[in-house]
Design a protein. Structure first.
Length: 1114
């Protein structure tokens, strides 16, 4: 790609003039400087001498290529100036084939404000729709429809819709399958309460109706900022909670389809968009969390920049955020949902603010709609070197690893004017048109910027979707057969390094590989169609393979040697015949995934130095070899036989519906390494350690903070949250509201559970956790409206409607002492846990929180009694609770004082009273179930973790246990020492054959020994009091014990009296143990070692040769 340079003044000026004359385009009024490609200018007339757009309306630029010989590019902008052009809303257009261009004035002298540029949409009938609104001007949405299809020069009259409140921004998207298949057009605009609202049209935009609200942050003016994108199936969007000047924003994602709002994972957030209630942004799926760290820097105050949809129908977007809250250092983040999780990476430095009155305005960036691996970015920091540039320049970035790394090239260089706000229009995948604002941008109401662009060939590795409709409809080959769509429904060929996807729209779902290919990555997003890959060729390269659509994919081809992971998230990946995944280091079968190996050649699918993680289901036999690992997670299964050998390991707690074999070098680890430990009754805070003699107040105030920042005032440090004295040295936290301030009168305190205490006390997502606290209502202080809460949205806690900031939220309300009730909300409405709360009475409350199902139970009591269930299945509120619950708070709006004390946390469900029960650690064993037989061959090992008596891993075998190899016990390092009476039920089995070759057991102290008598009958090993070598258990190690050893030498089995080392065999090792301890007594030795007899020669021969073993079972 050559650079066009205006610095060679004569030659290059002549070139610009020649191009302009030939194309009928005037030369740019501003210096071209260095531009990659030939610059075209859309604003080059006296009636549209300049233009600008904001970035919260789309599409700002569209391409109509319905006639390949007359490709029209259309853009909308607003003109600035002191004459008749001021505030004009213009439609600018250019024929990219003939270079003919023009403009149409949609509204004369409307408002000089870049928020007012129109959103443009190409209707199914080929006519154009333009929608626009004023910025704080009035409550009207305005639109016009072109008179003729594919003709930007003639438009119908302007029409309006009165929204009843100030309106701005328009975002138009059409979903053809909505409205019972009749199709529906959506417009998302900011109006009522400054929230994103929903307008719909069922006649392609000829008429419009305002029907409901998409989102709301609740308070007037706290407006979410939303960016939208669509593939015609769903309307995706990313949003903040508010403007970054007002709020430490996170960013969330959701999508709309058929009038319903969903989270990224497809959970219903709002079942009816067509009503006045909107969802809270935090109810959606988190994409970026405020305060997250990227590449060693902390990022805050995020803003949404762009949103597009990739070739699998999943969203990809760009965000910006500040470094350490500095308005001088912004970063661009690239966020892409891969069908499994959001991948978010720092993309590049965005520099400081664009102008001083807006701290978070940057040069912006745009994703190529036809290739999500390509972005165009404006910054005053060169991403290639990190050096500062004199002006904002435009750069092109390319990634081949979902945004983890980027390669950059310049679109503009050595500029004497700024290049900002790039927009890439959806086209055809083979060509790209990049447009942007070029000139001086002072504020959103003052600019002198041209709308310019370049047309570029799409030479980078493409993002392809399988069509399967060429003359050889099944062939996937290199640079020959046009079976792919690279965007815009254009037939294209595959080139190495392209990202490829397969969906339900293909004509052929058989894909033939005659030779090897190496794509960037492969994704199967099919749901209704089943794909089969055939041929001798395989998929190579360093990318990954994803099954994310829910359908079936069969690999019946050759060796697929790609080295990235294999991720089976939704659907089935079947391996058939000679096909294999030789290069993939990790095969991850997720919860909704199936890995089917039933049709492979041979007895089993062979893992070779690979990891197989089973969170879903594996069907068929699997053999793990060469240090492979099979990890089977709880509640999931392998339906087939599993063998491990040659340094391979199987770990887990699920079910193997078949047989399990550990061959030589293979290990079966029951559960993970170590014992999961649950902590109960951990003290979070009892407020007694705070010195409240100088100040009692929590929060920022002139007298300081009684807790030194452990608790924060809700949320302005007024004196409405205090550490107060109770009896003796006991202290508690007292809060009350300011009722005359209405919804802004909430006061109280909150604490960050993750960082305010020595241990992380937060409530993890996907867990069960119990929070205990005491509260009392103080008599003669007024009425009560007080909530106690947990939230994952700490940044939003404020004075206004504090009840809306919490997920887990029981509350005290209904009047004063004797009239107020302590209650929580369920699906059936508010339920009462404590009726008519008594004044000055301490009540005990347990909140048992389930963050998997987002429900909680409430238990209550008084005194030192344990909890009694009062409310079951209370719901999470406000759409929150989608991540770890990191903050606990209490806030009240009325004057009634409420005190809390003794906040405790427990893992799991614990309703014991922490005021009378000490903190304990509970070890939890894990179980592996094998429905068939288990065989432990010589050289194989099975490992169990143990902790306290009864706390151990377990292996349950539904068939026969063929005992051999080594059984190993590992005593958890955090558990107390083993003691006499400890017993561990390790094995369940229907029948048992053989004897373990070796038992590897934890070393006991001198007065203890292992009892193996029940191991081969009941699967139990226990610890008992006794001396090593005291084979007749008379308290003395003497000659009588030698006789017991001599008489049973060569015996094999459990419970052998002379088995000093508990290895299930009587041999010379037991003699040596007896000899070493000869004379020991309980408590003192009686004999000298010189009195110890040596075994006769024949006994020694037996032990050495190993003949005449007598198997003893039980």
């Amino acid at each position: 790609m050559s650079l066009y340079s205006a610095r060679s003044a004569f030659m290059d000026l002549g070139r610009v003039l020649i191009v302009g004359l030939l194309c009928g385009v005037a030369a740019p009024a501003l210096a071209a400087n260095d531009v990659a490609g030939t610059l075209f200018t859309l604003t080059n007339s006296t009636t549209a001498p300049n233009g600008a757009w904001s970035w919260f309306q789309d599409e700002r630029v569209v391409i109509d290529d319905s006639d390949p010989n007359n490709t029209l590019l259309m853009a909308s902008s607003v003109s600035a100036g002191s004459g008749s052009e001021s505030g004009d809303i213009d439609l600018l257009w250019m024929n990219l084939d003939t270079q003919q261009q023009g403009e149409y004035e949609l509204h004369n002298q409307f408002q000089q404000d870049d928020h007012d540029s129109a959103a443009i949409y190409v209707r199914p009938d080929g006519r154009y729709l333009a929608m626009y609104a004023g910025h704080f001007l009035d409550g009207l949405t305005r639109w016009r429809v072109s008179t003729n299809p594919h003709d930007p020069t003639s438009w119908g009259a302007e029409q309006t819709l009165n929204n009843g409140d100030a309106s701005t921004y328009n975002n138009i998207y059409y979903l053809p399958n909505d409205n019972n298949g009749a199709g529906r057009t959506y417009n998302f605009t900011r109006t009522d309460n400054w929230d994103p609202n929903v307008q719909i049209s069922d006649d392609d935009g000829s008429t419009w109706t305002e029907v409901g609200k998409l989102l709301t942050q609740g308070t007037t003016g706290d407006r979410p900022y939303v960016r939208y994108g669509s593939d015609g199936n769903k309307i995706h969007f990313i949003t903040t909670e508010e403007h970054p000047r007002q709020n430490q924003n996170s960013v969330y994602h959701g999508y709309v389809r058929d009038g319903v709002l969903y989270s990224t994972a497809g959970e219903v957030i709002d079942s009816n968009l067509f009503d006045a209630s909107g969802a809270a942004p935090a109810a959606l799926t988190p994409v970026f969390t405020n305060g997250s760290e990227f590449d060693g820097v902390t990022l805050t105050r995020a803003w949404t920049i762009d949103m597009e949809v990739d070739n699998t129908g999943n969203p990809v977007g760009i965000l910006s955020a500040r470094v350490n809250d500095s308005n001088q250092d912004h970063r661009f983040l690239y966020a892409r949902f891969d069908g499994i999780e959001w991948q978010v990476h720092q993309m590049a430095a965005a520099g400081g603010y664009l102008y001083s009155s807006e701290d978070d305005y940057t040069g912006l960036a745009s994703v190529d709609p036809d290739n999500p691996n390509v972005v165009y970015m404006s910054s005053d920091i060169d991403p290639r070197s990190g050096s500062t540039t004199n002006k904002y320049e435009l750069y092109k970035g390319v990634t081949d690893d979902f945004g983890a790394s980027w390669t950059w090239s310049a679109i503009t260089e050595n500029s004497t004017i700024d290049n900002v706000r790039p927009v890439v229009a959806d086209w055809n995948g083979n060509e790209t048109a990049v447009t942007w604002m070029r000139g001086t941008y002072t504020t959103y109401a003052d600019w002198n910027t041209e709308i310019v662009g370049v047309q570029l060939s799409a030479t980078d590795a493409k993002s392809l979707l399988w069509r399967g409709d060429a003359s050889q409809a099944t062939l996937w080959d290199l640079n020959t057969t046009a079976n792919w769509d690279s965007g815009g429904d254009i037939h294209d060929v595959y080139l190495e390094g392209a990202e490829v996807a397969f969906g339900d729209s293909a004509s052929s779902t058989t894909v033939h590989l005659a030779s090897n290919v190496s794509p960037m990555g492969v994704a199967f997003n099919n749901s209704s169609q089943a794909y089969t890959l055939t041929g001798s060729g395989g998929i190579g390269g360093s990318g990954r393979l994803r099954v994310i659509g829910g359908g079936t994919v069969t690999l019946a081809n050759g060796d697929n040697s790609y080295t990235g992971p294999t991720e089976i998230a939704r659907g089935t990946l079947a391996i058939s015949g000679e096909a294999k995944l030789s290069g993939s280091s990790h095969i991850h079968v997720m919860e909704q995934g199936v890995f089917d190996t039933t049709a492979v050649v041979g007895d089993a699918y062979v893992l070779d130095a690979q990891q197989l993680t089973i969170e879903g289901n594996v069907q068929g036999n699997v053999a793990a070899t060469n240090a492979s690992t099979v990890h089977l997670q709880a509640a999931h299964s392998l339906t087939g036989n599993l063998s491990v050998a040659s340094g391979s390991l199987t770990t887990g707690t699920g079910t193997i519906t078949g047989h399990l074999v550990a061959r030589e070098g293979g290990t079966i680890q029951i559960g993970g390494q170590g014992m999961p430990a649950l902590q109960t009754n951990q003290l979070v805070d009892n407020f007694d350690s705070y010195n409240n003699s100088t100040t009692t107040t929590i929060g920022a105030n002139s007298s300081g903070d009684a807790t030194n920042g452990v608790w924060l005032g809700v949320f302005d440090g007024t004196g409405a949250a205090n550490v107060v004295d109770e009896s003796g040295s006991n202290q508690s936290l007292d809060v009350f509201g300011i009722p005359d301030q209405g919804s802004g009168g909430w006061r109280g305190a909150q604490t960050d559970l993750t960082s305010s205490f020595d241990t992380d006390m937060s409530v993890a997502d996907q867990s069960n956790t119990t929070l205990f606290f005491q509260f009392k209502a103080v008599s003669n202080t007024g009425t009560f409206d007080t909530m106690f809460g947990l939230t994952d949205s700490t940044a939003n806690l404020d004075l206004n409607d504090a009840w809306s900031d919490f997920a887990v939220m029981p509350f005290l309300a209904g009047g004063g002492v004797g009239a107020a009730d302590f209650k929580a909300t369920t699906e059936l409405g508010d339920q009462i846990a404590i009726e008519n709360v008594v004044g000055d009475q301490w009540y005990n409350v347990w909140m048992v929180v389930d963050t998997t199902d987002n429900l909680f139970d409430i238990y209550v009591s008084t005194g030192t009694d344990d909890g009694v269930l009062a409310i079951e299945n209370a719901i999470f509120r406000n759409g929150l609770g989608n991540a770890d619950l990191t903050s606990f708070g209490i806030a009240g709006r009325e004057a009634g004082h409420v005190r809390i004390d003794n906040l405790y946390r427990s893992d799991g469900v614990s309703i014991t009273n922490p005021l009378s029960s000490p903190s304990v650690t509970q070890f939890v064993g894990e179980t592996l179930l094998v429905t068939g037989d288990l065989t432990l061959e010589t050289g194989g090992t099975v490992v169990f973790d143990i902790a306290t008596s009864g706390s151990n891993d377990k292996l349950a075998v539904g068939g026969n246990l063929n005992a051999g190899g080594t059984l190993t016990l590992v005593h958890d390092a955090a558990a107390p020492a083993l003691a006499a009476g400890d017993a561990f039920d390790l094995l369940d089995f229907a029948t048992l054959d053989g004897v373990f070759d070796e038992l590897s057991l934890p070393t006991l102290n001198a007065s203890l020994r292992w009892n193996t008598s029940r191991l081969l009958t009941e699967g139990i090993l226990s610890v008992e009091a006794g001396l090593v070598g005291d084979f007749n258990s008379d308290g003395i190690v003497n000659l009588a014990d030698y006789t017991v050893w001599r008489d049973t030498l060569g015996s094999v089995g459990g419970g052998l009296a002379a088995d000093a080392n508990a290895d299930l065999r009587i041999d010379m090792d037991d003699y040596l143990a007896w000899k070493a301890n000869f004379g020991a007594t309980m408590p003192a030795p009686r004999f000298d070692q010189s009195q110890v007899p040596e075994p006769s020669a024949w006994l020694l021969a037996i032990s050495l040769v190993g003949v005449s073993w007598r198997a003893i079972r039980g």
